[in-house]
Design a protein around this ligand. Structure first.
Ligand SMILES: C[S@@+](CC[C@H](N)C(=O)[O-])C[C@H]1O[C@@H](n2cnc3c(N)ncnc32)[C@H](O)[C@@H]1O
Length: 255
């Protein structure tokens, strides 16, 4: 084999190995450390890349989520997997001057972007915390939790939602979960295209088995389910179930 052919063959093998490593790293996204590394890496371009989804209906669903969380002035709301903070100013406006918004994320890179956004908009009621969704405990007075495009990355999402429902019970709290899902009517090639377009956020075929909205339905009472982008984006909003029996006497809050 000539020198040139050898170089081309070597290049093809190196590219294939690189691609395989890339796919493998995406496949490992169910591990929180891999998620953190990926989001630290994409944080500088996240907002620009995610902007594409806004006209596709992501912005409308975000507005609907904030509205259906039924926030009142003075409330405490938690944004789980807040990323660069796209939801924070809407939540801050809803809870007003004396409310509290807590943004939680694993990735220091994403939180640094969120911090810049908070400072730029002078959102003094927002605090940011670097923590894992799976271990985060809600402040006792939390009335609402929002999680957009984050619970898909948490394999234990069913236990997380069950736990959130439990923690929100004393305040009759609400939970809104949004994300990407595979529409059942889309042809395979469109799905493949969508997967490629969202690969930088860690979306793989493995993602399709993780369906947090089912956990929300399992553990809470559904208030609304909405979709956009032909069903590829979804939002579910739910409320904690009424408590009966002895425990009911220990709790208070909004009916
Ligand atoms: C696709 S981004 C969504 C960010 C933001 N919610 C939005 O709608 O633009 C997913 C975010 O979830 C965070 N995340 C994923 N798994 C997490 C976990 N176990 N604990 C905390 N944050 C997590 C990632 O670091 C990332 O910032």
């Amino acid at each position: 084999m000539g020198r040139r052919k050898l170089c081309i063959a070597g290049g093809v093998v190196a590219a294939a190995a690189g691609y395989a490593a890339y796919r493998a790293s995406l496949g490992a996204l169910r591990d929180a450390d891999a998620v953190r590394r990926l989001y630290d890496r994409v944080s500088p371009v996240y907002d620009a890349a995610a902007w594409v989804f806004r006209p596709l209906g992501a912005r409308r669903l975000q507005g609907r989520a904030v509205e259906l969380l039924d926030l009142h002035p003075g409330d405490t709301v938690v944004d789980l997997g807040c990323g660069t903070g796209v939801n924070l100013s809407f939540l801050a406006r809803a809870v007003g001057e004396h409310g509290q918004v807590i943004g939680v994320d694993l990735s220091a890179g994403m939180l640094a972007r969120a911090r810049r956004r908070v400072d730029r908009h002078d959102l003094h009621q927002v605090t940011l915390e670097r923590a894992d969704i799976r271990n985060f405990r809600l402040p006792a007075d939390t009335t609402a939790v929002l999680a957009t495009a984050s619970l898909e990355m948490v394999p234990e999402h069913d236990a997380v939602v069950r736990d959130l429902a439990e923690q929100l019970t004393p305040t009759w709290g609400r939970l809104a979960v949004g994300g990407v899902r595979r529409p059942s009517t889309w042809p395979a090639w469109v799905i493949a295209l969508g997967r490629t377009a969202t690969a930088m956020f860690g979306v793989t075929s493995a993602y399709e088995d993780i369906q947090p909205w089912r956990s929300v339905r399992r553990h809470m009472d559904e208030i609304a389910f909405d979709t956009a982008a032909g069903g590829a984006l979804y939002l579910i909003v739910a409320q904690t179930r009424p408590v009966t029996g002895d425990r009911a006497t220990h709790i208070s809050g909004r009916p």
